[in-house]
Design a binder for this molecule. Structure first.
Ligand SMILES: Cc1cc2nc3c(=O)[nH]c(=O)nc-3n(C[C@H](O)[C@H](O)[C@H](O)COP(=O)(O)OP(=O)(O)OC[C@H]3O[C@@H](n4cnc5c(N)ncnc54)[C@H](O)[C@@H]3O)c2cc1C
Length: 505
């Protein structure tokens, strides 16, 4: 047992998983979270008696034997979170409005391939080769499968680093099928010619292998992780916005200060917030100027406009899978564009209640939107953005509901009330630059630039969270593993987790 004190900046998924893993290793952990509730993307909020998830609706890696399942099981929290499988025969539904076409993709590599081959028989071989390719690419990433890293300098295949759209085009000739195979683009913030194929591969493989969702809200996972930290004598303190990271004369981190007057010190510090925010709050001299400049200049994935809908009782069916909708074929790489056609597409879901009946109580509709759409209000704060902003949100919500009406005639009659969130909401809620959904975007044209190691030049300061490696329910806990192992100094955690799974499943 280490007994060392660890101070973690940010109580989102990355901060809480890192805190829980280190707590189990005997570290004394303090997590500092700026918001009134811990969880980051796992936070929920309540409106009109309904609890809405903010940033975690679709889960991958949580089926028995999945990487996130193994981590949660090792932490002893699998039986504390209520998770249901999405429909096995339709994990994702994709609608194309103009063409009036709907695809209902089943989970599982074989079934997924078979379904597509039946609809695109001329592409049978290409579909099979494409699926082989994304599974091959995913297999190159040791940490995705919780395998100890082989160490040394890793070289990746040519396909791994090519653009996601090019990988699809390499195997698929049919323009519609190319489009369809890119449908998960909103789940990773894809940009044509930029997003690397490995990002597309990892996200697709994750969900094809089995999608899940919370029943009763994502905050239960945050609460379970907080309990693991507390059970080992650690603490998760909310309402503690870190405003300064102090660095001593030997360039070691020596304390953090919070806006509410708190001062916390430890042996080790972990930043689980966006790196560009970290460099701003660290004392001068902590980082080389070039590093600071780089953290500020790396592009972020785009943002979103979100409509939270309270549905009238018994009016709209509960749908146990995620739905993606596009105005027409050809839009998938343009979903974030803000013009007269916005929203060209969106994803929507009816999250599960704990005792879910045949009808949905609520719906969440996520529409990609660039930060530039709200830039004129960039200097405002939550609740004080002005009447014009409120009117703008109403107009945007109306456009989204119009698209829903095209999809389900009479949808408007099912709507009790709506609430909305803009890129500014996301920016201020998570302290994410430009309200970015998934943090720093990866660029296949300059892969090294978008790779940020968990180590920093400050020897007792480590990084974690979605900006390092990969975002989402799988990427962030796995990065927490890497950060924890860097602190512990070896791969023993991976071995323990795998051993635990083999022994206790
Ligand atoms: C609208 C939306 C929908 C999404 N849907 C999904 C989904 O369905 N499935 C999926 O896998 N992923 C989804 N994601 C992505 C997922 O939510 C993120 O990848 C994940 O939350 C990132 O975890 P993190 O720990 O890096 O950051 P966060 O979870 O954002 O945590 C960062 C935390 O740090 C806190 N913080 C920031 N600055 C400070 C400071 N100075 N002092 C103290 N605390 C601070 C923040 O308040 C926050 O709690 C979605 C994201 C969004 C925005």
């Amino acid at each position: 047992m280490s007994g060392k004190r660890v101070v973690i900046i940010g109580g989102g998924i990355g901060g809480l998983f890192t805190g829980a893993l280190l707590s189990r290793e005997g570290y004394r952990v303090t997590v500092l979270e700026k918001n009134a509730t811990a969880g980051g993307g796992l936070q929920t909020f309540t409106r009109g008696g309904l609890t809405f998830e903010t940033g975690m609706h679709i889960l991958g890696g949580l089926r028995h034997g999945g990487s996130v399942y193994k981590i949660c099981n090792y932490l002893g929290i699998m039986d504390k979170i209520d998770i249901v499988d999405a429909d096995h025969d339709c994990m994702d539904q994709i609608d194309y409005l103009d063409e009036g076409l709907t695809y209902r993709l089943p989970e599982g590599r074989e079934a997924f391939g078979r379904y597509l081959a039946e609809r695109f028989p001329d592409e049978r071989q290409g579909i099979s080769d494409y699926l082989d390719a994304i599974y091959r690419i995913a297999d190159e990433v040791d940490f995705f499968y919780l395998r100890p890293s082989s160490g040394g300098f890793k070289t990746y295949s040519e396909e791994f680093t090519m653009a996601a759209d090019r990988l699809i085009e390499k195997y698929i000739g049919d323009a519609r099928l190319r489009e369809l195979l890119a449908y998960m683009n909103p789940m990773y913030g894809g940009v044509r010619g930029v997003t690397p194929a490995y990002v597309n591969a990892l996200i697709n493989v994750l969900y094809i292998d089995g999608a899940s969702r919370f029943a009763g809200g994502s905050s239960q996972l945050a609460a379970a992780l907080c309990d693991v930290i507390a059970a080992s004598g650690g603490e998760v303190l909310t309402g503690q916005e870190v405003t300064r990271l102090a660095i001593d004369s030997e360039r070691r981190a020596c304390g953090v200060f919070t806006a509410s007057g708190g001062h916390f010190s430890g042996d080790i510090y972990v930043s689980a917030i966006h790196p560009s925010r970290l460099v701003d709050l660290a004392d001068e001299g902590a980082f080389m100027r070039a590093y600071t400049r780089r953290m500020h200049s790396l592009p972020n994935t785009y943002s979103a406009f979100i409509v939270f809908v309270a549905l009238k009782p018994d009016s709209f069916p509960y749908i146990n899978h995620t739905c993606y909708c596009q105005d027409r074929f050809g839009s998938v790489w343009h979903l974030s564009e803000d013009d007269d056609r916005w929203p060209r597409g969106f994803m929507y879901m009816t999250p599960a209640e704990r005792a879910q009946g045949p009808y949905a109580t609520k719906m969440i509709i996520n529409c990609l939107l660039p930060y530039s759409a709200v830039a004129q209000w960039r200097d405002t704060t939550l609740g004080h953005r002005g009447r014009e902003y409120e009117r703008w949100k109403e107009r945007r919500a109306a456009r989204v509901l119009n698209s829903m009406e095209r999809l389900y005639s009479g949808f408007g009659d099912c709507v009790e009330r709506v609430w909305t969130a803009s890129p500014l909401t996301i920016r201020d809620y998570y302290n994410q630059p430009e309200g970015s959904l998934y943090g720093i975007s990866k660029d296949c044209n300059n892969l090294m630039a978008s790779q940020i190691p968990v180590w920093t030049k400050v020897p007792n300061l480590y990084l974690t969270g979605q900006n390092i490696n990969l975002h989402g329910i799988c990427g962030v806990p796995l990065t927490a593993m890497l950060t924890s192992q860097a602190i512990i100094g070896d791969n023993s955690l991976t071995e323990k987790i795998n051993h635990y799974h083999e022994s206790y499943g």
